[in-house]
Design a protein around this ligand. Structure first.
Ligand code: GLN
Length: 446
């Protein structure tokens, strides 16, 4: 009841939720009370959760923050939400995002943009801005988001909460709206590293319904979390360290390094020579995948339909009305780079660079156990100061996309406040399927 009231009273300020499900939440809570009486508790028993509106929830509107799907009610649930439910979680509602997860400010949504609970004139970050803001404002106790190129960690950093991007293949993508399928991965957003661990444990694991989900056993987060980090090796990527970020960022990066040093870690400077190409490589591949994935929204199978004289006119009218500007931009870029004559020069090259970046990470992880770096180049900025042109917006992702391109995993932990009093997050990056280390180091840094 307390979380429902908080959600209802604060949503008109923060716009964290697209759909509020108070009746469903109470129904789920009643069932949870019953299970508790029977002493059959799951690991998330009775925990009020916020679900990014990219996860299909049977019988509950799922919009992907797009006008295209504003009235879509799925016939089935995503594996992520099914697992959360099986573990006793209660769904408060579906949270706001950038349309089809494309964006980093949560301003590209068909409803109002999400306001940052630390300062409502600032952006929440994106695309999982609604989930991050809901946690920061006490409108849920735990949340799930998705991270294709930073969409969990970046809003978590801007809103002062914990966000985890698991290794690709750890969490099933079944029933999650597809943006760029070879990068998309669901993960937790929570107040503490431990809370994020509970959600991770609930959603992690093989799913026969997702052919890219892996059969690798999940780590026992709770035993790993309390292991000492003494004598473990921490790398600082020199390419990023030498780049000129704000004073704030450099200062807290050094502070976090000193904390790990005092905890007994060995600190090493390491080099990732190809990492500076991660951002253009990421944006080329995701646009190509988005153009392909979003072809399904044609006005025939589901969602909005705008009629036209011919079939082609119907497609054009539907897609013109249904998609927002950023989604259209990415479909155009993606279609262009996949077209005959451009494929090799752009898409093919980006795939080769992705391979080189993955090799960079593999080499570095022979020398260190984790990498340490800031989550974002700056703290949250005000909506009025937000960059206007798309390339400058994309540049904000410079510190988050490398792990997605590298196929590894990462956590963002709130670390300190900027000189303007806004939260700044620090990231730990670990090799593929070593997700346990994220929680182990996250605990030391939080
Ligand atoms: N900002 C990135 C983008 O716009 C992140 C997206 C994501 O992780 N879903 O592509």
């Amino acid at each position: 009841q307390c979380y429902i009231e908080q959600m209802i009273s604060l949503n008109s300020t923060y716009h964290a939720y697209i759909t509020q499900c108070e009746e469903l939440a109470l129904e789920m809570a009643k069932k949870s009370d019953y299970r508790r009486k029977q002493k059959k508790c799951g690991i998330l028993e009775g925990i009020p959760l916020a679900i990014k509106d990219v996860f299909c929830t049977k019988g509950v509107r799922t919009t992907f923050a797009s006008k295209m799907m504003e009235n879509f009610v799925p016939q089935y649930s995503s594996t992520v939400t099914e697992r959360l439910e099986e573990c006793g979680g209660i769904f408060l509602g579906k949270t706001n995002l950038d349309e089809f997860c494309m964006g980093s400010m949560n301003t590209y949504t068909f409803i109002d943009p999400v306001a940052n609970p630390w300062d409502i004139s600032c952006v929440s970050g994106g695309s999982s801005g609604g989930s991050a803001a809901a946690i920061a404002a006490g409108m849920a106790l735990g949340a799930v988001g998705s991270d294709t190129g930073g969409s969990i960690r970046q809003p978590a950093s801007f809103c002062g909460v914990v966000g985890v991007r698991p290794t690709y293949g750890r969490v099933s993508r079944y029933g999650m709206g597809a943006f760029a399928s070879s990068f998309d991965q669901a993960g937790p957003i929570a107040r503490t590293v431990e809370d994020a661990g509970y959600i991770f444990q609930a959603i992690c694991g093989y799913d026969p319904k997702d052919s890219t989900s892996r059969h690798i056993p999940c780590p026992d987060i709770f035993s790993v979390m309390n292991q000492s980090v003494k004598n473990m090796r921490v790398g600082i990527p020199i390419e990023f360290y030498e780049a000129s970020y704000s004073e704030d960022v450099r200062r807290y990066w050094d502070q976090s390094r000193d904390i790990l040093k005092n905890a007994g870690c060995q600190i090493k400077m390491v080099s990732l020579p190809y990492v500076s190409f991660a951002l253009p490589c990421y944006y080329l591949i995701v646009c190509a995948e988005a153009a392909s994935n979003l072809a399904r929204y044609d006005g025939v199978k589901y969602g909005v339909r705008q009629f036209g004289e011919t079939l082609e006119e119907m497609y054009v009218n539907t897609r013109s009305v249904g998609f927002g500007a950023e989604v259209k931009r990415r479909i155009l870029i993606g279609t262009y780079i996949l077209s005959h004559g451009n494929y090799d020069a752009y898409y093919g090259k980006a795939l080769r660079i992705r391979q080189l970046i993955q090799e960079d990470f593999s080499k570095v992880f022979q020398d260190v156990d984790v990498l340490l770096m800031p989550t974002t180049p700056t703290a949250a900025f005000s909506t009025s100061q937000a960059p206007k042109d798309p390339v400058n917006i994309y540049l904000n992702d410079i510190l988050t996309v490398p792990i997605n391109v590298g196929g590894i995993c990462g956590i963002s932990v709130p670390f300190c406040l900027s000189s303007q009093g806004l939260p700044l997050g620090i990231q730990i990056l670990a090799p593929a399927f070593e997700d346990g280390r994220l929680f182990q180091f996250g605990k030391v840094l939080e």
